[in-house]
Design a protein around this ligand. Sequence first.
Ligand SMILES: CC(C)(COP(=O)(O)OP(=O)(O)OC[C@H]1O[C@@H](n2cnc3c(N)ncnc32)[C@H](O)[C@@H]1OP(=O)(O)O)[C@@H](O)C(=O)NCCC(=O)NCCS
Length: 208
Amino acid sequence: MADYIIRPIKNKDIPQVAEIDHEAFPGEWVFRSHPSYKQDFNNPIARYIVASTELNRQGVQQLPLFKRLFSPNHSPNKGKPKTEYIIGFAGFWLMLKDAHITTIAVRNNYRRIGIGEGLLISIIGLATQLDATAVTLEVRASNKMAQALYEKYGFQTVGRRLRYYSNDGEDAILMCTDDIASASFQSHFQQLKMAHAQRHNEVSTRLF
Ligand SMILES: CC(C)(COP(=O)(O)OP(=O)(O)OC[C@H]1O[C@@H](n2cnc3c(N)ncnc32)[C@H](O)[C@@H]1OP(=O)(O)O)[C@@H](O)C(=O)NCCC(=O)NCCS
């Protein structure tokens, strides 16, 4: 299990985020140059977050986060140089009351350990704080693993965009939540969030 935090993106994260983007979306980079990432991340209607872990100089993960927080003097890694390693990122554009997810991706070696779900929880939480009423997204028709993640969080298929992806002409499925401020959505969301926290209990989120 990786110990990681979720925090707002910083410009210094761009090279690592570009690596993840390239790996996750081969042939269809969401953005193509470092200046265009910077432009999008700083767009006032955009919110981007990263999942980040720490490696020491040897590329070995640091102590679990809670141990570092509560026993900093006992860390055997104390004093050794640390490298922040970005393992996933996600973002959305807030358009009126609609939080439209533009991307969510996790490094190959860090998949299936709850990080994508942690990012989605943070996005929905942030969209709720910003008074969005729905979260929407497009996903490749063949991308069943991402669709499974979204369905778990109550997204429903509401449309199909034919030949949406220009690099290979694949269709996109358009998915949307119910009103995220509604009692029924929030009750389901809080249950899932709690279950995720119990399963992956070393995550800490520092949002805006
Ligand atoms: C989609 C993606 C972000 C999921 O991230 P992840 O960290 O591996 O996912 P998690 O471990 O948090 O899994 C959360 C849920 O997603 C679904 N899921 C993730 N990977 C899956 C897989 N290989 N098969 C089936 N379901 C999967 C499951 O519902 C899972 O819940 P569960 O653990 O209760 O079964 C990741 O696979 C990725 O980066 N893919 C490439 C980029 C991409 O396709 N992004 C989506 C664009 S719309």
